[in-house]
Ligand binder design. Structure first.
Ligand code: GLC
Length: 594
């Protein structure tokens, strides 16, 4: 999701932390029911710090039955592919029963499987398949809201007497209009929707198909914990906590302060009891299993640290949004700045967050996911000349930073944005809502669509490009979202056996991270911070030093440093003939042991 608003409230949401998951070391069913692992100071409980996470968007990964939508049987047929990448954990986007208004982020039954993906037995086979290959699995936990088709909401919206009425937030209409709240995926921009049967308004921070659950109700929280235990008892290895920063609300509904404009996330997120609930969830659920958790959180470094400070016993990891939301024009919905992004300022954001997590807690590193465009287009250069080398440079970046790397399916082969021309080609509720809002205000739709070619979420959701056969080998039927036409050349089959391919570079970089403790646990320090073209840093552990030089520009650039490179050894580079030098070719990446 993005928290930018179409016009007056752009957001600079400082950060959304995704609380990640946890998984047990060996995978098999029930092994996760051992010790509490939320004391991340011992090697055993720190396994998630050393892991590389690969995110699979199941609806776009592999279809098995020709309906154009990915499914479990399809993913099962790709288990060995995932194994051969060398990753340790897989994050699956939501797989629960859902009417799919927001592609599974609107859950109608938390303990059942989305019928398009298969059955619970298919899910079990997929889970076991990963575990047999020593890959852990985390699930997306979407509990700030559910679907309006969930039985709880169906009952609650039928009568104020329903035992589920208080599972949601309501404003009785006899009290007049509810205090204004803004909704992310609502065309009218109004988070309160009138419900006739109860003569009250219900709250939805996302679309009106996604009513917010009332976390202030202990019964609701107990239901959620029960449901979490159901999945953990099945053997899953952890959770990514979706939009969790929103779950606690100030139910006095005070008027929004003026500063709300431009940063509404700060006023909606981190409600009064959020961290009490996280600690309760830890006590009631996480502490009983050897799992990992990651939060999608909002706020500044201090706020996000609350989720992951081990002493607080909440979650293990968190995502920050400040870096990923960088480089958009202010006060507009994800419109890229035509001047590009300022690398020096971007590096400072990483410095702030990385330094904070060096003192306590643990961070994450990602450049893409299902809410973002493809990293190659957004942060690299997808022109024919530079796509290969800049994609490898970004892979080097993600896998050499401090913090658990989250790597998005398809980035390993250098998939890039599809850049749709017409609004009809899009599927995403966020894009369609924002388009409708721009249209309603008489805004410049052409300009909006141009911007979306860079930033829209659907760019990152196109089907996996397996080979050059029909629909990239993803499906024999018409895919739910168009396949990028470059699949004929950019695909797994073409790269599988080419030692110089993006795919094999990704594998090598994973192995390098695993074999180089300084890249995982080492301190992190910027080199040549003011260099406008190069992102360079030093990782140090027990006297071992590894320097990483990344040229983010399409021209030769030089790192200014006093480091002695005369004895440096090149551990990996993205050109075929790398040498230990400060003069970098366009988009060159070098990992040097000093
Ligand atoms: C999270 C998800 C996003 C979804 C939103 C609402 O941000 O990552 O995909 O649209 O929550 O559930």
């Amino acid at each position: 999701m993005s928290f930018h608003r179409t016009t007056s409230f752009s957001l600079t949401l400082a950060l959304l932390a995704l609380t990640l998951f946890s998984c047990q070391p060996n995978g098999p069913k029930s092994d996760n029911k051992t010790a509490q692992n939320n004391t991340p100071t011992t090697a055993k409980s720190d396994w998630w710090k050393e892991a590389v996470v690969y995110q699979i968007y199941p609806r776009s990964f592999q279809d098995s039955d020709g309906d154009g939508l990915g499914d479990f049987k399809g993913s099962i047929s790709r288990l060995d592919y995932v194994k051969n990448l060398g990753v340790d954990m897989v994050w699956l986007n939501p797989v629960y029963a859902s009417p799919n208004k927001d592609n599974g982020y609107d859950i109608s039954d938390y303990q059942n499987i989305m019928k398009e993906f298969g059955t619970m037995e298919d899910f079990d086979r997929l889970l076991n398949g990963f575990h047999e290959r020593k890959i852990k699995v985390f699930m997306d936990l979407v509990v700030n809201h559910c679907s309006n088709e969930h039985e709880w909401f169906k009952s609650a919206s039928a009568s104020r007497e329903s035992p589920y009425y208080n599972y949601f937030h309501w404003w009785p209409a006899e009290n007049g209009k509810p205090p204004y709240r803004w909704s992310i995926f609502d065309e009218k921009g109004d988070a309160w929707e009138y419900n006739k049967a109860t003569n009250s308004y219900y709250l939805h921070y996302f679309s009106d198909y996604q009513p917010d659950l009332n976390w202030e109700n202990p019964k609701l929280r107990e239901e959620i914990y029960k449901m979490m235990r159901f999945w953990l008892d099945k053997g899953i290895d952890g959770f990514r906590l979706d939009a969790i920063a929103f779950c606690s609300k100030d139910t006095n509904w005070p008027p929004l302060p003026e500063q709300y404009k431009g940063n509404w996330g700060m006023y909606y997120a981190n409600g009064p009891h959020l961290h009490e609930y996280m600690q309760e969830m830890n006590r009631e659920v996480f502490s009983k299993y050897n799992i990992a958790t990651v939060a999608e959180a909002l706020g500044d470094v201090e706020g996000v640290m609350k989720f992951v400070d081990p002493e607080r016993k909440e979650l293990n990891m968190a995502y920050s949004f400040e870096a990923i939301d960088f480089g958009y024009l202010p006060k507009e919905y994800k419109m890229p700045d035509p001047k590009g992004y300022d690398l020096v300022a971007w590096k400072k954001i990483y410095e702030k967050w990385t330094n904070a997590f060096e003192t306590k807690g643990w961070g994450t590193m990602y450049l893409a996911n299902h809410d973002q465009p493809r990293m190659l287009t957004r942060w690299g250069n997808d022109s024919p000349e530079f796509r290969d080398v800049s994609s490898k440079m970004l892979t080097t970046f993600v896998l050499s930073m401090r913090g658990t790397p989250y790597y998005y399916y398809g980035d390993e082969i250098g998939m890039n944005n599809i850049k749709f021309d017409k609004v009809e080609e899009y599927n995403d509720i966020e894009l369609l809502t924002n388009y409708a809002q721009v249209k309603a205000k008489g805004g410049d739709l052409k300009r909006f669509l141009e911007g979306m070619k860079i930033s829209s979420r659907d760019n990152g959701r196109t089907p996996m490009q397996w080979d050059n056969t029909l629909n990239s080998g993803f499906s024999t039927g018409a895919p739910w979202l168009k396949v990028n036409p470059n699949y004929t050349t950019v695909n797994v089959a073409a790269q599988q056996n080419d030692p110089a391919s993006n795919l094999n570079y990704f594998r090598k970089m994973i192995q390098l991270r695993k074999n180089t403790p300084a890249l995982i646990h080492g301190d992190w320090e910027l080199i040549d911070a003011e260099n406008p073209d190069v992102f360079a840093y030093l990782r140090t552990l027990d006297g071992k030093k590894v320097a990483v030089f990344l040229n983010f520009k399409a021209k030769q650039s030089t790192v200014r440093t006093d480091l002695d490179l005369t004895k440096a050894k090149v551990l990996l580079g993205n050109y075929t003939d790398p040498s230990a030098t400060v003069t970098l070719r366009p988009y060159e990446a070098l990992v040097l042991e000093l």
